[in-house]
Write a protein that binds this ligand. Structure first.
Ligand code: FE2
Ligand code: FE2
Length: 433
């Protein structure tokens, strides 16, 4: 050891302490000749820690943590939770990256073009039109003021609505028809053709008694069927069914219900009026049901008052009653070995499409009776079906026959109900080079 090391001059000691105060590092001081012990003593004099980084050039050593087992367990749990959370976040970030990559991949180029090709040679099967015309209630009067301006009905309106019906059918079957011309038209007169006097209030308020109503209606139906025959090139088959309003007995009777029905009398007058016309055939079953086939599809038409189910069912209204009745008809005919493909009924004055078939509307529209029952007001309308040889029912239309002059129910909605969503037009995509 040198003399300079053992006896540090006052000048060098002051220089050392000054350097330590300025934060000089251990290695720096060693380089200028200060020994470790000299540096330590100087630090002790100045009250600096031995492990001071600036003085020693070594990492500071943290004070040792208390070895509390509870604290250790808590910290371990915290570490595990943070590790799991970190993994979840990493997974989410990875999935987001995948989704972004997928979306960008999808939208980078437009979808591949797809072409639907028409079947070779086309499907030339001509279809048959089935019309269920029912519940005309010819002769009934519905008062516009009593219906709060919603609907009205009398003989003049009935004639106008029936005229619109036949004109619309003729237009749909010609001007608005595509493909092979209709092969056949089946017109089912589905009952309740006249209002009848089956209730005292009808007997009091009807504009026409049953027999004059029968004659008046038959002449208008004859013109309607003749119009169809003139406009269409296909044969027309007319099927006639009895309804409950057309009965000539005070109460419904099961026996001879067809023979005693004014509805069937309408059909008889119609047949007489069209006698000698080519291409028109009539069928009046003695039963209340008519079962016929269209290309092998079995159709059951019946008025709807004799389906083993009647009345309404709570807020569902006639839908549940009609559906239950149709199930009973299916079961009835299945027991006879007859599978039914389609059922068509009227009577409920409520246009419906159900699992087994259709419920028709009516000609008068809502009346004082339906208003009192708080049935939902359905506009006057009649059903149109188109049946294809292979596809079965291909088109269902509801022919609306009312006019705004007959009640607010037939007026278009006011303009202030128009909703104007912000339609977005897809941007034109340019195929990539
Ligand atoms: Fe009816
Ligand atoms: Fe009826």
């Amino acid at each position: 050891m040198s003399a300079r090391g053992r006896h540090l001059s006052d000048e060098r000691r002051a220089a050392l302490e000054s350097a330590l105060k300025d934060g000089a590092g251990y290695n720096d001081l060693r380089l200028v000749g200060f020994s470790p012990s000299t540096i330590s003593r100087a630090k002790a004099r100045l009250g600096l820690r031995r492990d001071d980084t600036a003085a020693t050039g070594k990492e500071a050593v943290p004070p040792s943590a208390p070895a509390d087992p509870v604290e250790i367990a808590r910290l371990k749990g915290r570490v595990s939770a943070l590790t799991a959370e970190n993994k979840t976040l990493a997974d989410r970030a990875r999935k987001a990256e995948d989704l972004r990559a997928g979306l960008f991949g999808l939208t980078e180029t437009p979808p591949d073009p797809v072409a639907f090709r028409a079947p070779e040679g086309g499907d030339g099967g001509a279809e048959t039109i089935v019309l269920f015309l029912s519940d005309l209630h010819w002769g009934e009067v519905v008062s516009l003021p009593a219906m709060d301006g919603l609907n009205s009905f009398d003989l003049e309106i009935a004639r106008a609505r029936l005229g619109r019906y036949f004109q619309t059918v003729a237009d749909l079957a010609t001007k608005h028809w595509t493909g092979p011309a209709p092969a056949r038209l089946i017109l089912v007169l589905g009952g309740d053709l006249v209002s009848g006097e089956i209730h005292a209030e009808l007997a009091k308020t009807n504009e026409a008694k049953a027999l004059p109503a029968v004659k008046d209606l038959a002449s208008h139906l004859a013109e309607g069927v003749a119009l169809l025959r003139r406009r269409l090139s296909c044969p027309i088959d007319v099927v006639s069914l009895a309804g409950n309003h057309g009965r000539s007995t005070l109460k419904p009777e099961s026996k001879e219900s067809a023979e005693t029905s004014y509805d069937i009398l309408v059909s008889d007058f119609l047949e007489m009026a069209l006698r000698g016309r080519d291409g028109i055939a009539f069928w009046v079953p003695s039963s209340v049901d008519a079962v016929f086939s269209v290309y092998g599809w079995r159709v059951l038409a019946t008025h709807g008052d004799r389906i083993g189910s009647r009345g309404g069912t709570g807020f569902i209204g006639p839908a549940a009653t009609a559906a239950r009745g149709m199930k009973r008809l299916v079961a009835d005919y299945a027991a006879r070995g007859v599978h039914l493909d389609l059922i068509m009924i009227g009577h409920f004055h409520t246009p419906l499409m159900l699992e087994e078939g259709f419920v028709n509307g009516c000609l008068p529209g809502p009346s004082e009776y339906s208003r009192d029952g708080r049935f939902r007001p359905a506009p006057a309308r009649q059903i149109w079906l188109t049946i294809h040889p292979r596809r079965g029912v291909t088109a269902t239309r509801w022919i609306n026959v009312g006019s705004p002059s007959e009640g607010a129910l037939y007026a278009p909605p006011p303009e202030d109900r128009e909703l104007r969503p912000r339609w977005r037009v897809p941007a034109v995509s340019v195929p990539r080079e």
